[in-house]
Design a protein around this ligand. Structure first.
Ligand code: SAM
Length: 257
């Protein structure tokens, strides 16, 4: 079977990426050949005997900046690997300045045959390299990490969940937070009763339409409480509108004074 996704990761810490990508669901996807992962270390493309990949910033200031040439050569090796596979793949730089990752972007990425993910370190990457080589910049949130490896793994992990064959039950990916603009409903498993409480009765009723309705209602309730912004940017079905009206009437009205 040819892989559903080829990922070329350009990183100064290849072991960090391959080690983390060997565990859990992602590890199984790599092992089963659903994801084909290659790492490219810019140090292997440095020209001096110290394998230098960074230097001080022009204009002064703190920290070091990743140099153009070793990165460009590592990216070229990644592009050549993609070309050998007949793949047209985007170069994505993980950066706090990029477009913020969300489920829609993940879904779109999962439809690509491959990705090249460029991980920065230090103060970042020489701007000329970004302008010449990068198609898109993605951020995993409004905070700054020490490197792009964890963000690259976040992208890879979440994209892997959308690839056929990665999750045991493909319905799992269809019923999760954010996919349809709502947060996920609560989950319960055995035992039915324990010191922490009991399982809601509807879930053991065997009535599938009642269960489905309860889950939708809980999704709406959680979204309304924790992420009302998601509700205001989404159109509601007639059933969802009725359930929300019911929730307002029953549960979300102010406590009687
Ligand atoms: N000076 C850079 C700036 O303010 O934009 C931050 C550099 S950061 C210390 C080093 C590297 O970590 C970046 O080049 C980028 O690859 C990665 N990184 C840090 N925060 C990130 C985030 N929120 N999302 C994606 N990548 C991030």
């Amino acid at each position: 079977m040819s892989a559903r996704l080829w990922a070329g990761i350009v990183t100064l810490f290849p072991d960090l990426v391959t080690g983390s990508a060997a565990a859990g669901v992602l590890g199984r996807a790599v092992e089963q050949g659903i994801i084909d992962l290659d790492v490219f270390n810019p140090r292997d493309f440095a020209r001096d005997r110290h394998r230098t990949v960074d230097d001080r910033p022009y204009g002064g200031g703190p920290g070091m900046v990743m140099q153009v040439e070793p990165l460009q050569a590592a990216l070229q090796a990644a592009k050549d690997a993609a070309t050998r596979r007949g793949l047209d793949v985007p170069v994505i730089y993980l950066s706090p300045q990029g477009r913020r990752l969300n489920q829609q972007i993940v879904h779109d990425l999962s439809r690509r045959p491959g990705l090249i993910l460029l991980c920065g370190r230090y103060e970042g990457v020489d701007e000329r390299l970004l302008l010449a080589e990068v198609d898109e910049q993605l951020s995993i949130g409004d905070y700054v990490l020490t490197g792009g490896e964890l963000p690259a793994l976040v992208v890879l992990d979440t994209v892997s969940r959308h690839l056929p064959g990665t999750l045991g039950n493909s319905a799992s990916a269809l019923e999760e937070s954010h996919l349809d603009g709502l947060l996920d409903y609560p989950h319960y498993t055995r035992p039915e009763n324990c010191a922490a409480g009991s399982v809601p009765e509807v879930l053991i009723s065997g009535d599938h339409s009642a269960i489905q309705r309860w889950r939708l209602r809980e999704s709406l309730k959680r979204t309304w409480i924790h992420r009302p912004d998601l509700l205001s940017s989404r159109s509601l079905t007639e059933t969802e509108r009725l359930l929300l009206a019911e929730l307002f009437a029953e549960e979300l009205k102010p406590a009687a004074g």
